[in-house]
Design a protein around this ligand. Structure first.
Ligand SMILES: Nc1ncnc2c1ncn2[C@@H]1O[C@H](COP(=O)(O)OP(=O)(O)O)[C@@H](O)[C@H]1O
Ligand SMILES: [Mg+2]
Length: 272
């Protein structure tokens, strides 16, 4: 039974300033890699614009997160098992939830998740990119914000705007960064440049978790409607996802008020 104010599950929001940076591929491959390490892992697809984690996980379901938020289904009816025994809560594209996961829907979700706060070690949340208010507050409802940083100048600027919005409007202070589609050396240089700019202007601490290389096998896995770590386990990207999972599994991740909010535990705990 869950003791009020504690939980085993840590919520990791996977985000970026814009679309197409690799959030869904990071979410999916990281979830499966964490499950392979024996971690009880759930991926919640909260991208209401383009919910596609189910496709990469090969999970077929006509029930989605929208059936939870309308209270028509219970969480156990909607979740599905994916590779390595990870759990997916499929997302819902387009209408039904409006443009974003509105606060009302989030409160219903928190009610649904609360009894399961000890059933998982990691809950990953795949989000749509962008700076809309609802998207930001969803990202802020986590214990760890994982920013997927791509190397194009526009992605760099959008990631800066994202961190700025989360820091100044939501009081988020700590961010983890993974660089996507770059070599190890390029990723480190990209991160150093990014944390230099952020450190100069924003009250935020950044932690670098590593790089995922640009890998044709990853593209092929998307076309094959599979996740890379399943389809091509020894490809460069898959090995990088494995290292990222080990890094995350080894983090001493404190419970944050945002994660309490995700599970609707803040009222009981007195956090905000
Ligand atoms: N590390 C990578 N190597 C090669 N291609 C990648 C990589 N990461 C992303 N891509 C390409 O970018 C596309 C968009 O990635 P996706 O994870 O769907 O982004 P997002 O969820 O941020 O919109 C993928 O379908 C794939 O073709
Ligand atoms: Mg996506």
């Amino acid at each position: 039974m869950s003791v009020i104010g504690t939980r085993t599950a840590r919520v990791i929001a996977v985000t970026s300033g814009k679309g197409g940076t690799g959030k869904t591929n990071v979410s999916v491959n990281l979830s499966v890699s964490l499950a392979r390490l024996g971690r009880r892992t759930m991926l919640v697809d909260c991208d209401v614009g383009l919910a596609n984690a189910n496709i990469l996980l090969g999970v077929d379901s006509d029930l989605t997160i929208a059936d939870l938020t309308t209270r028509e289904r219970r969480i156990g009816e909607v979740t599905r098992k994916g590779p390595a025994g990870m759990t997916l809560l499929p997302g819902h594209s387009g209408t039904g939830l409006g443009g974003g996961l509105a606060d009302g829907a989030r409160a219903v979700l928190a009610d649904a998740f609360r009894p399961h706060a000890d059933d998982y070690d990691h809950v990953l949340v795949d989000t749509g990119g962008g700076m809309a208010g609802e998207g930001l507050s969803l990202v802020a409802s986590s214990d760890l914000i994982l920013v997927v940083l791509a190397s194009e100048p526009t992605a760099f600027m959008d990631a800066y705007a994202l961190v700025k919005g989360l820091a100044l409007r939501h009081g988020c202070t700590d961010f983890a960064v993974v660089a996507n589609r770059v070599s190890a050396a390029e990723g480190r240089a990209l991160f150093d440049r990014f944390s230099g700019v952020v450190g100069r202007f924003l009250p935020a601490n950044l932690d670098y978790l590593g790089a995922i290389p640009d890998d044709p096998y990853l593209r092929d896995s998307v076309y094959a409607k599979r996740c890379c770590v399943e389809a091509f386990p020894s490809s460069p990207a898959s090995r990088a996802f494995g290292r990222l999972a080990e890094r995350i599994a080894g983090l001493d991740m404190p419970m944050m008020p945002g994660g309490h909010r995700f599970f609707g535990l803040e009222a009981a705990h007195g956090a905000h």
